[in-house]
Ligand binder design. Structure first.
Ligand SMILES: [Zn+2]
Length: 1001
């Protein structure tokens, strides 16, 4: 049965039932309109570049002709996906703007710029009619997105749904080596504008397709440079893409929590402004098309179940349609848990839309090559009945066919069911507002008396950038809270469940002061706030053992800011005002006097202040003190001479409270300087160190950016730098020394006419050489000369392995699984400058960090005292050899904690060659908490292996210091509460021994 076109439209309109819509439109045959001429030359090229007919579909095996609309060839000089053709972002934009000029069906919008100033765009495509109603439609979608505006009136919602059309937002090439989507999206845009087949016309008439063809623009252009270099040097190895964006590589798709990168902010703002129903991000790392939105469990615990159903509906429809086209290797279930909300697509999932993601198969460039798959990739499984081929010639054109075919089938399905998805969009928004009445909580409260108002404001600004509404209490208010687990009940459930029902959780009242921030959960974007502020629990026995990413991101803990989850709905009636404008902590100078004191509370703005006023002399108090009627923490800043106006202006701007006093407090101090910092990177990987650069740049801490190669050539590093920061590399200690293998040709990374986008961050003629032995010696000399060398995670391993840190060794972990988890640390030596401003507990990010051992001797002597051997008596009794008088037993050795070095023995002192002098012994600053307190959020299994071990160690060496981190203080813009451990080390780099008590022997 085939309906005539007008009748079908009427049919849909009258019934307005999606099921009927599916039946009706299922009659449309995918494929070209025989009455529309095709661009024969272009079509021939599509067929030529497609390596086998089954790698194409009736939707993309031709290109309709147009007399006035240019095809992608106008810019590419060939068809989309042609071998050897990889356009720069600007060429892609040029084409999109040609389409805009040629057709009323296209509008191009600038959506911001990248860190390096390149433009990002969004292209809107639909029928002229839909485009002309874009703004009125946006107004309707905005109402559906915030059902409070229509008083949750169902009838009005239905009227809005009926009048509206959905927006489907597609984003391309966030991952720069995944190169296919820009050309696929150029051609898709052309098809959506030109193709008169009923199938494509139905999309154009029912959906507004919004396209950002290049998300990572800086990285795209670098990738094109590298590819062009490869084309110009056909028989050579080409340089790996060591930099993608300005800061990070693959992790640009982990920024939807912290929003540190401009690309995330730009897509977020576009999403918030357009209110699209879908955000669909394109990737290329799995053959041949994997819809990983369906993926595998565990799913994120904070998204609406309506959404997870939508993933299934659209995803399995996709598989079904492409199976019918005979395209192999299309599947949906697979190896990806949808737990973390850090992915770009998740902006939609946490804001009442639909997140989607394709992995197609790319060749990291536009070469056509034979690709051989591994058995895990080509074997048939229950969810992949038509798997990819074990071996196939694969082209960028194949990839473009898959991308476009899948997108077209999705758009078609979405358009056919647009009323269903628009209604779901409304329902998800409404259910977000209903959160306090349903699953809860009612709100999160950030107390107005938090000791770190600056870091609190940072966290709140991130929520604001997520579109979250904030309120501020205008008077104190009291709510009932669940009593913290502690004395009354065990913190974790007992091993075996008890038969008797557990008693109702005990509650207690808490009064919050005026000025407390309230994140109400009766707002449309409550889900993102809930997801970010709540705790995560990943069961150690979860069937998902292939954990895809971090298991925790609890923002209050990582920000060292108190966040209180409040279930009591009374919180919503507290007197409060909506916050307008960005949250700022109050700053300025209080009182009058010649001397200024600033409390050290580990607020990040303090480091900005120090560098902003770098020529002003400042001191750090080595003990707590009182002044101006207030208590000041150890480490507080004392400024004896400053221009009042300058200090006031900077303090105001940075939200720092300065107190003026008549006389300086009488407390021991040392100079607090603004030293010269170098960030050292390798040419192996810049992924993790990029997050350090983001943090330093955001806080305006200046640094030199040097490579291991620079260090290998500079014997006098101390003449240039005071502090060298070596962030995690993830390649192992030997590779840091060796670099890349020296086989083959040099691998240049520099700006040339052929590669205009390389360089700019750093350059080299050859990426292969590593730190080398000369670099190692230079670094060791830097420390002996008085420098501070800061290492983290695997670079701590490097420092330990290469002899920087006498008295520290690393244990290999056997059972520990702390997979992107948050663990509790405790201060061991709070008098160390590194601990200034911190309290008696700090939650830190840990990814199976090194397990440190501490010793007072070099060479690992002095093991832990052994438990008693088998013999007579009780466990505390001495054994007694028979037939002789009992020998005198020496006093048992003092109890040694796992973070401590065993005490020096008389045996060691007899000839103390390996004994480390007391002032050169490792000084443990923070340790991991005891087993029962260690877990904060995420997955922790085998935690006893790392419990109580040293987490941060200051190791004196010669005149300098090495600082070892087992945790990672700078991670994905999320760990802002631990940044100051590094800043403390930097600002106090030449006085790190302050407050140290030395052992007697
Ligand atoms: Zn990717």
């Amino acid at each position: 049965m085939t309906f005539s076109r007008p009748f079908r439209s009427l049919f849909i309109f009258v019934l307005s039932l999606s099921t009927f819509a599916i039946i009706a439109n299922a009659q449309i045959k995918p494929g070209r309109d025989p009455n529309q001429p095709i661009d024969q030359e272009y079509t021939n090229k599509i067929r030529e570049y497609t390596t086998a007919p089954y790698f194409n579909s009736p939707l993309t095996d031709y290109l309709p002709a147009s007399s006035d609309i240019p095809t992608p060839k106008a810019v590419l000089g060939d068809v989309a996906g042609a071998p050897g053709k990889l356009p720069y972002a600007e060429d892609v934009y040029k084409y999109m703007r040609m389409l805009e000029r040629a057709s009323p069906r296209v509008k191009v919008f600038s959506i911001g710029t990248t860190e390096e100033g390149r433009e990002m765009i969004a292209v809107a495509i639909a029928s002229e009619q839909l485009i002309s109603k874009m703004e009125e439609n946006r107004a309707r979608l905005t109402k559906l997105a915030d059902p409070r505006t229509i008083n949750m009136n169902e009838a009005e919602a239905d009227a809005l749904v009926n009048a509206s059309f959905p927006v489907y937002y597609i984003t391309g090439t966030i991952h720069s080596p995944e190169t296919g989507s820009p050309t696929a999206l150029m051609e898709l845009a052309y098809r959506l504008v030109v193709d008169n087949s009923p199938y494509v016309k139905s999309i154009r008439d029912s959906v507004l397709t919004l396209i950002t063809p290049v998300v990572e623009v800086d990285g795209r252009n670098r990738m094109v440079d590298v590819y062009n270099w490869h084309l110009a040097h056909p028989n050579q190895n080409w340089p790996g893409l060591v930099y993608w964006g300005h800061y990070v590589a693959h992790d640009n798709n982990r920024d939807a929590i912290g929003l540190s990168l401009k690309l995330t902010r730009n897509v977020m703002n576009t999403y918030l402004a357009w209110k699209p129903q879908v955000l669909h991000d394109l990737h290329e790392s799995v053959p041949y098309l994997y819809d990983n939105t369906i993926g595998d469990g565990p799913y994120n615990a904070w998204v609406d179940p309506i959404l997870t159903d939508e993933w299934q509906m659209i995803g399995w429809n996709n598989v079904s349609e492409m199976t019918k086209f005979g395209m192999p290797g299309v599947f949906a279930h697979g190896n990806f848990d949808t737990w973390s909300p850090g992915y770009l697509m998740f902006i939609a999932a946490t804001h009442n839309g639909i997140s989607r993601l394709y992995e197609t198969f790319g060749n990291a460039g536009a070469d056509t090559v034979e690709r051989t798959l591994s058995p895990s990739e080509y074997q048939r499984t229950w969810y992949r009945q038509n798997p990819p081929l074990p071996k196939a010639k694969w082209s960028q054109r194949n990839n473009n066919n898959y991308q476009q075919t899948a997108l077209l089938t999705s758009l078609y399905y979405f358009g056919n069911n647009s009323k269903l998805f628009l209604k779901n969009f409304y329902l998800k928004s409404k259910r977000s507002i209903d959160k306090p009445k349903q699953e809860g909580p009612a709100a999160y409260v950030l107390p107005g008396d938090d000791p770190r108002p600056g870091n609190q404001a940072e966290l709140l600004r991130t929520l604001q950038a997520q579109g979250v509404e904030l309120s501020k209490a205008t008077a104190p208010f009291t709510v009932s809270l669940r009593k913290k687990a502690g004395s009354a009940a065990p913190a974790r459930p007992a091993a075996s469940p008890s038969a008797s029902p557990s008693p109702a959780p005990k509650t207690e009242d808490r009064t919050f002061p005026a000025g407390s921030y309230i994140v109400r959960m009766d707002q449309p974007y409550s889900r993102i706030a809930d997801a970010l502020l709540d705790y995560q629990y990943w069961a150690p026995n979860d069937p998902q053992t292939d954990i895809y990413d971090d298991t925790a991101w609890t923002m209050g803990e990582l920000g060292n800011v108190e966040v209180v989850r409040v279930v009591d709905a009374k919180v919503l009636t507290a007197p409060m005002d909506r916050v307008t404008g960005e949250v700022r902590s109050p700053g300025g100078i209080t009182n009058a006097g010649a001397v200024y004191v600033i409390n050290h509370n580990a607020d990040n703005a303090l480091v900005t202040l120090r560098y902003r006023l770098k020529d002003v002399e400042m001191e750090a108090a080595e003990e707590p003190f009182e002044a101006a009627g207030r208590k000041f923490n150890r480490g507080s800043f004392i400024v004896r001479k400053a221009n009042d106006g300058d200090l006031r202006r900077v303090a105001n701007e940075l939200g720092i409270q300065v107190y003026a006093v008549a006389d300086a407090p009488s407390v021991k101090t040392h100079p607090l300087r603004a030293p010269r910092i170098a960030m050292m990177h390798t040419w192996l990987s810049t992924q993790d160190e990029g997050w350090y650069r983001v943090g330093l740049d955001q806080l305006q801490v200046p640094f030199a950016y040097i490579s291991t190669q620079d260090v290998s050539r500079e014997p006098n590093l101390k003449s240039k730098y005071d502090v060298i920061l070596f962030a995690p590399v993830g390649r192992g200690a030997q590779t840091i020394i060796n670099g890349l293998p020296m086989y083959g040709n040099p691998l240049p990374w520099k700006k040339t006419t052929l590669t205009p986008n390389l360089g700019g961050i750093d350059e080299t003629d050859d990426m292969r050489p590593g730190l080398g032995w000369s670099g190692l010696q230079n670094l060791q000399k830097f420390v002996k000369d008085g420098g501070l060398f800061i290492t983290v995670d695997d670079t701590s391993d490097f420092a330990v392995n290469y002899g920087f840190t006498a008295g520290v060794s690393v244990n290999r972990s056997q059972r520990l699984r702390a997979v992107g988890a948050i663990l509790r640390t405790k201060p061991v030596d709070a008098a160390s400058p590194i601990a200034y401003g911190y309290g008696d507990s700090l939650a830190m990010y840990c990814m199976n960090g090194p397990i440190f051992n501490i010793n007072n001797g070099v060479g690992g002597r002095g093991g832990r005292p052994a438990p008693r051997a088998t013999g007579r008596g009780t466990p505390d009794d001495p054994d007694v050899p028979q037939g002789r008088p009992p020998a005198e037993i020496p006093d048992p050795p003092a109890r040694v904690e796992p973070w401590e070095a065993p005490p020096v023995t008389d045996e060691q002192l007899r000839n103390a060659i390996g004994l480390i002098p007391p002032n050169q012994r490792p000084r443990v600053i923070l340790r991991y908490a005891d087993s029962r307190d260690l877990f904060v959020s995420g997955l922790l299994d085998g935690g006893d292996e790392i419990a109580q071990r040293a987490a941060i160690i200051d190791v004196p060496s010669g005149n300098g210091h090495v600082l070892l981190f087992s945790t990672n203080p700078f991670w994905r813009g999320q760990t802002r509460g631990s940044y100051f451990l590094v800043f403390n080390a930097i600002l106090n780099w030449d006085n790190l021994n302050a407050g140290r008590k030395l052992a007697e022997k």
